[in-house]
Write a protein that binds this ligand. Structure first.
Ligand code: BGC
Length: 267
């Protein structure tokens, strides 16, 4: 495989499982060094880092709660201390705390907003500060830096029973687009990937039984569940100069979930 991201340094949040893990591994295969951020699961994070090292890139596992400002600042300082800076941030860490609206507690609301939205703000801010400090390295990329936000189809599809999650992803959409506008003239590219239903632990209920998987298909015109690698391949493209003219875009990788699937049978 051509190593499109050779000598680039990437930080992936929430990289010990699911979509973040797949992106971290794919970045490593594409030649990037990867800081594998995680909150829980030392062994899983270490295993991801070891697999990346096995593919010939450098990798370190680093525990940080992305919703905590001091910890995020410390994580970026580590990146600078280890590798001299950062070229690619993948803002992936996210979670769900689902509840019917009138039963949703303030901690359920706050946890989701703090991790999914404030966490993306804190990491993106440190990345922009680092990009500006570092200056361009034209030998590795035309851009000064790249930020990839992992959003969701629920940045536009309302989601009953998940108001906190949908609000956080709607927030990510305009965080991403406003930031993209603000830093475009510096040649910092900021984009989102909006996954549909991807086979990861976050939505096990939706695919672990044949019945659940069958009813999920009524929401997916392409009639298959997404795999983490579907997202990882898009992330590599967004991180590379192949997408150098793309900024401020929400790229939906969802098997057509956004296409009003209720109408696929003639409405
Ligand atoms: C959610 C999943 C859900 C998918 C499609 C994602 O953002 O995290 O739980 O299956 O959207 O609804």
């Amino acid at each position: 495989m051509e190593q499109k991201l050779k000598r680039q340094r990437a930080l992936v949040t929430g990289a010990s499982s699911g979509i973040g893990k797949a992106i971290a591994l794919e970045l490593g295969r594409a030649g990037a060094d990867v800081l594998v951020n995680y909150l829980r699961g030392d062994d899983e994070a270490e295993a991801v880092a070891a697999a990346i090292r096995g593919s010939g890139s450098r990798a370190i596992a680093h525990q940080t709660d992305v919703s905590q400002e001091d910890q995020v600042i410390g994580m970026f300082q580590r990146m600078t201390a280890e590798w001299g800076g950062i070229d690619i941030l993948v803002n992936n860490a996210g979670l769900q705390k689902d509840a019917p609206f009138d039963e949703m507690t303030l901690p359920q609301w706050n946890t989701v907003i703090n991790v999914n939205l404030t966490g993306q703000f804190l990491c993106a801010r440190e990345a922009v500060r680092a990009f500006k400090r570092q200056g361009k390295r034209l030998e590795v990329s035309r851009a000064l830096g790249k930020i990839i936000c992992i959003s969701s189809v629920h940045e536009v599809i309302p989601w009953a029973g998940h108001v906190n999650y949908a609000a956080s992803k709607g927030g990510v959409m305009l965080l991403m687009k406003s930031l993209a506008q603000e830093v475009a003239s510096l040649h910092i590219r900021v984009n989102s990937i909006c996954p549909g239903a991807i086979r990861t632990p976050i939505n096990g209920d939706a695919w672990q039984t044949p019945g659940a998987l069958q009813s999920l298909m009524s929401l997916i015109p392409y009639k298959r569940i997404g795999e983490p690698e579907d997202i990882a391949k898009t992330a590599i493209w967004l991180a590379s100069d192949d997408s150098d003219y793309v900024t401020g875009a929400s790229i939906f990788v969802d098997g057509g979930m956004l296409l009003y699937p209720g109408f696929e049978d003639n409405g």
